[in-house]
Design a protein around this ligand. Structure first.
Ligand code: PRT
Ligand code: MG
Length: 223
């Protein structure tokens, strides 16, 4: 095993936007500064002030995939994303810490004026649009609600407005997006935050290099 930090840096996979922004303070607590701003630069591989650590910028839903296959040694991803990833890759990732960042709720939402509870009581079959098929399927099965799920990749809030669906399952943080589209949250599916994820092989072969980062992130997150 190489001990030279320059030989092969550790690779941390992050998505730009809220996860990157909320990870910067955790990196700083570990004594690391990122040399580029992913919102300004088009670079997908970012250097840090530590020669032994680089960051790759990927889509939030792709973070678990990069880590699972070892293209990144570790990463940070939302519970929403990890839950869907685990549907096809069960147990593939070591998930040591909840970092408590990028917090939000996964909710069922409908158009204002749509009586969701009445529809459920009457045993209606609901059309539900979502990116979170596994979480939605399990939620409604547990509640005994009959649903037809429609997979979308974004802008779920539009679906009830144009008659694609009766309801959506989507993430809500401030609630402003629902409000702006005359939607209301009617049920919580799950509380969401982001977790540190680690490639299982990297943990064994590069544990010594990884450990200080895992510890610093956990400590900074109060986990
Ligand atoms: O945006 P993109 O399509 O590239 O990918 P993404 O949406 O998967 O990534 P990103 O960066 O937006 O989100 C990354 C992670 O942040 C998610 O996997 C969640 O774990 C977490 N997170 C926390 C959120 C939110 N809060 C959130 N509010 N992810 C998305 N949203 C969206 C939500 O889907 C809705 O459209 O923001 C909108 C609602 O926000 P409010 O504040 O109006 O309620
Ligand atoms: Mg987004």
């Amino acid at each position: 095993m190489s001990t030279s930090p320059l030989a092969s840096p550790l690779t941390l996979a992050l998505s730009k936007g809220r996860i990157f922004e909320e990870t910067v303070p955790l990196l700083e607590a570990a004594g690391v500064q990122v040399k580029d701003d992913p919102e300004r630069s088009r670079k997908l591989i970012l250097e840090t002030t530590r020669p032994d650590l680089r960051i790759i910028i990927v889509r939030a839903t792709d973070v678990p995939t990069y880590v699972q296959y070892g293209a990144a040694d570790f990463g940070i991803a939302g519970r929403d994303v990890l839950y869907e990833h685990a549907a096809t890759h069960p147990g593939g990732l070591y998930q040591p810490v909840d970092l408590n960042i990028a917090r939000c709720r996964l909710c069922v939402a409908v158009r204002e004026g749509f009586d969701y509870q009445a529809a459920v009581r009457q045993g209606a079959r609901l059309r539900v649009a979502t990116k979170y098929l596994r979480a939605a399927r399990e939620h409604f099965a547990e509640k005994g609600v009959h649903v037809d799920l429609i997979k979308l990749y974004g802008s779920m809030e539009l679906a009830p407005l144009v008659g694609l669906a009766d309801a959506i399952v989507d993430l809500v943080s401030t609630g402003n997006t629902l409000k702006a589209n005359q939607l209301v949250a009617v049920e919580d599916v799950a509380q969401i935050s982001s977790r540190l994820i680690v490639n299982r092989a990297a943990l064994k072969t590069r544990g010594e290099a990884l450990r200080p980062y895992l510890d610093a992130f956990s400590h900074a997150a109060g986990a």
